[in-house]
Design a protein around this ligand. Structure first.
Ligand SMILES: NC(=O)c1ccc[n+]([C@@H]2O[C@H](COP(=O)([O-])OP(=O)(O)OC[C@H]3O[C@@H](n4cnc5c(N)ncnc54)[C@H](OP(=O)(O)O)[C@@H]3O)[C@@H](O)[C@H]2O)c1
Length: 316
């Protein structure tokens, strides 16, 4: 496996950077598809061990089919990760839906051995009619009408894109496996703060004075990168893989952060003083564990995330 050439779309992103690092360390040759290879923001990739010999950053945009055809040519496998985490429909709908379709077409055109697509828990859990006692697993799909009503354009885009990708993969006889991570935290390799890290930054900096009456499932970025490699390298891997370690209320999250880092002005109060505390839904990560992944406990993930933010000078 290690001698293979693989392409990663959006190679400079938070999760993708860890995937590039791990693939290089396993001996893969990596083609990183990025929109502007000359941008200094990819310096961390060029400095990775093995990068000089086996990493090539190629100018490619998932919205430009021809550029996808060119970058995927000669690759054994493809990891499709490029997508912005935003609820701005202008920025997320077309890249998620058309961009994914372009990547699939290019993979099918060259007959790549396997495509691993990074979808999201956002394509899984957004369903107000789901029985609250049901364990959320790979069989669950988000409700598109609910995503539209709540203007959750990111979840809408990921759901439509993944659903269309399954149809397209079947039509084009393409071997595709999907990873559905929940909110990803962990140490940063890239120089800037990504959207999911911003989720905890606001509590650590004191810009959020209260926390919401909401729950969220979390996972460590190193585990998500590992999950992608496991589903790529395991021939029997198929379908979707939920990638989640624990589901916590915001109150539990800030309490854990306060316990680890009492020096930061973490909020003590919930913004909702009227309603009962929201219960976290149960989920299953058994399928992912079945491939051999052991998830990093959230306490360690949070400790490493904050240490990384301190090392990079985002927190003091
Ligand atoms: N982070 C999470 O909590 C989380 C959770 C579940 C699923 N995911 C999924 O995991 C993947 C990676 O997320 P992330 O948080 O690591 O993202 P990120 O750090 O925000 O990086 C996203 C990348 O997508 C690229 N991109 C966006 N539009 C593009 C286009 N039109 N053509 C080519 N590249 C484009 C960007 O590339 P440039 O360098 O060219 O700007 C950027 O490197 C996404 O598919 C996301 O939906 C993330």
């Amino acid at each position: 496996m290690g001698q293979e050439t693989v392409c990663i779309t959006g190679a400079g992103g938070f999760i993708a950077s860890w995937l590039v690092k791990k693939l290089l360390s396993k001996g893969y040759t990596v083609k990183g598809a990025v929109r502007n290879p000359d941008d200094g923001k990819y310096k961390h990739l060029r400095e990775l061990e093995g990068a000089k010999e086996r990493l090539q950053l190629v100018k490619a945009d998932i919205l430009d089919y021809q550029s996808m055809i060119e970058v995927i040519r000669g690759c054994d496998g493809v990891f499709h990760m490029a997508c912005l985490l935003t609820d701005d429909p202008e920025q997320v709908l077309e890249p998620a839906i058309k961009g994914t379709a372009n990547v699939l077409d290019a993979c099918a055109e060259w007959g790549v051995k396997r495509l691993v697509m990074t979808s999201s828990i956002g394509a899984v859990y957004m369903d107000p009619n789901r029985d609250p006692h049901l364990v959320v697993d790979e069989n669950c799909w988000s409700d598109l009408d609910y995503c539209i009503q709540t203007k959750n354009w990111y979840c809408y885009a990921k759901t439509v894109a993944e659903n269309a990708a399954w149809k397209q993969a079947e039509e084009r006889n393409l071997d595709m496996v999907v990873v559905n991570p929940c909110l990803v935290l962990g140490p940063l390799l890239q120089p800037s703060i990504n959207a999911s890290t911003a989720h905890i930054m606001k509590y650590l900096t004191g810009s959020a004075k209260t926390y919401a009456n909401l729950t969220q499932a979390y996972v460590d970025v190193r585990d998500v990168a590992e999950a992608h490699i496991l589903v790529y390298e395991t021939p029997s891997a198929c379908g979707r893989y939920l990638c989640a370690e624990s589901n916590m209320h915001r109150g539990e999250l800030v309490a854990l952060l306060a316990q680890l880092f009492p020096q930061y002005p973490l909020p003590l109060m919930c913004s909702d003083q009227k309603n009962p505390r929201k219960q976290a839904y149960k989920f299953s990560n058994e399928k992912m564990k079945g491939l051999g992944l052991s998830f990093t406990p959230m306490k360690k993930c949070l400790a490493d995330t904050v240490a990384s933010l301190q090392n990079k000078g985002f927190l003091h």
